[in-house]
Design a binder for this molecule. Structure first.
Ligand code: AMP
Length: 313
């Protein structure tokens, strides 16, 4: 049973030993990977893990392998003590917070690999010169949507999640559908590489006014935040238009693009894709998800909405 104050672990061997001792006691281990600056969306994932498992570990680690050198790694918001307080206040708390200092520090072997110079897929990790040179790629799912403007991203995510899975050795891992492509990438990776882990997709937690919760929301000015409401509003409009019979994706996309652009947002992508393979569809004939990435000022937000039409109508 969890105590309210989580045990803090930063060493990977200690983390693995903890998990193994739990498993030896017959406990089912739940895991929620995060980059910290926790909000209710993260906490809903933790509650889900708690309801499914005997013990729960949460990782807090901002992964340099998924940020391009031009992106916001160094300014990514953090509030470690606030995060611990939030986790401790959850019913049942969490058992362990895994907070590694650097998951890519290999001691004596650091720096002996060739450091990649730039290139489309380079991340902040290459510039650290730590010698890390093994990457996990989910070749088709990683290329569209967020992968278009962030070609380094899913390679970094799949790799760090693999490392975390190998260290934490969970039975169940919970990911948010807020990052829909990420959830699908991890599911596919777990299937293809035979991880013995059940991956759960948790629904998107939203603020009362509909804005999807995100650690990046604090960077929005009050005006930008107001404008950003256009994302959820337009997705809801598109969903109800689809439910009313508009199955042509161009029409639905135009509706959303217009609404976000009119509000002052800049679209990165607006795509309606198959829920499983994430390939764009022209007409809705089965379960799809409408995925959006848009800039408001210097903040890039993502959101999505599943559309599950009953095709018998
Ligand atoms: P992050 O700390 O942003 O890497 O997110 C950690 C996990 O929390 C990921 O699985 C995200 O998909 C999930 N998450 C972030 N925001 C939300 C949200 N608003 N609703 C549900 N899950 C979320």
């Amino acid at each position: 049973m969890a105590s309210t104050t989580p045990k803090l672990i930063s060493d990977k061997n200690e983390m693995r030993n903890w998990s193994r001792s739990m498993r030896a006691q017959g406990k089912l281990i739940g895991f929620v990977p995060t980059m910290g600056f926790l909000h209710m969306g993260h906490l809903s994932l933790v509650s889900q893990a708690r309801s499914l498992c005997d013990v729960v570990a949460v990782s807090i680690y901002v992964n340099p392998g998924q940020f391009a050198p031009s992106e916001d790694l160094s300014t990514y918001p953090s509030d470690f003590h606030g995060d611990l307080r939030k986790l401790a206040s959850l019913p049942g708390g969490v058992d362990v917070v895994f907070h590694p200092h650097n998951l890519y520090d290999y001691g004596n072997n650091s720096g002996d690999a060739v450091v990649e110079e730039g290139g489309a897929a380079a991340s902040c990790l290459e510039s650290l010169g730590l010698g890390h040179e093994s990457w996990v790629r989910v070749e088709k799912l990683e290329v569209g949507l967020c992968g278009k403007s962030r070609p380094h991203f899913f390679r970094g995510v799949a790799t760090v999640v693999t490392k975390l899975f190998n260290i934490v050795e969970p039975d169940v891992a919970v990911f948010g559908k807020k990052d829909y492509q990420q959830w699908r990438v991890i599911q596919r990776m777990v299937r293809d590489l035979d991880f013995s882990i059940k991956v759960i997709g948790a629904e998107i937690a939203r603020e009362n006014d509909g804005l999807a919760m995100s650690s990046r929301n604090v960077r929005l000015s009050p005006e930008e935040r107001e404008k950003a409401l256009s994302i959820n509003k337009s997705l809801l409009k598109a969903k109800s238009a689809a439910e009313d019979g508009q199955v042509h994706c161009d029409k639905l996309k135009n509706l959303v693009i217009q609404c976000i652009t009119d509000a002052g947002g800049r679209i990165d992508y607006a795509e309606i894709v198959d829920q499983n393979n994430l390939r764009p569809v022209e007409q809705i004939k089965g379960p799809v998800v409408f995925c959006i990435a848009a800039w408001f000022g210097k903040v890039r937000l993502i959101d999505n909405m599943e559309i599950n039409l009953s095709m018998d109508d």
